[in-house]
Design a protein around this ligand. Structure first.
Ligand code: SAM
Length: 176
């Protein structure tokens, strides 16, 4: 089976085009940000760690991508940066690989940010959630997200690897 992160990109691809506006709400090492920047007009990229911006800006420069809008700070402040509708957006929850486990997404911020992201999404836009349950905060986020997504009136896919402790994906299409 493909890695969840690769699968997430495959599933976002049909929503991306030369005019698409996207957001990566957890930029980290820039893997998702660069993917979106290659396939869209503009990408808003959020993170709370300076290191993430240093790494991603370097990668973007090497790839000659200049369509990323860097938003330093928590994704709960998304609406003060994003004043247009989004075609596609992604959250890759958890902490920076090889970074501090303290600097993780939290239940508190996730509860605030995910509904905000759905509000910013345009009709027929897609929101992808990569959920990690290998740590305590991740298990709390996972429990809340499972209930929240199941209660939405939009169609969604839940993709798991079959192993209960492995990361899983939600792919939500906003239909009004
Ligand atoms: N998508 C990333 C990549 O391609 O490398 C991996 C993301 S990593 C699993 C999660 C990231 O979310 C970390 O870089 C962390 O600093 C960031 N983060 C945690 N809380 C955040 C918040 N409230 N707002 C924005 N970013 C946050």
């Amino acid at each position: 089976m493909k890695k969840m992160t690769v699968l997430a990109h495959d599933l976002m691809l049909p929503y991306l085009h030369e005019h698409a506006v996207c957001a990566d709400f957890t930029m980290g090492n820039g893997y998702d940000t660069l993917f979106l920047a290659k396939h869209a007009r503009r990408v808003y990229a959020f993170d709370i760690q300076k290191e993430a911006f240093v790494i991603t800006k370097k990668k973007a420069k090497e790839a000659q991508l200049d369509n990323i809008i860097y938003c330093e700070g928590s994704h709960v402040r998304m609406s003060s940066y994003i004043k247009e509708e989004l075609d596609a957006a992604i959250f890759n929850f958890g902490y920076l690989p090889h970074g501090s486990e303290q600097l993780t997404t939290t239940l508190l911020t996730t509860k605030e940010a995910v509904p905000q992201a759905l509000r910013l999404l345009k009709r027929k836009g897609v929101l992808v959630l990569c959920v990690y349950i290998g740590h305590e905060e991740g298990r709390k986020e996972s429990a809340w997200l499972d209930t929240y997504v199941a209660g939405l009136s939009y169609p969604y896919l839940k993709i798991t690897s079959g192993s209960p402790a492995s990361p899983y994906l939600y792919v939500i299409e906003k239909r009004v």
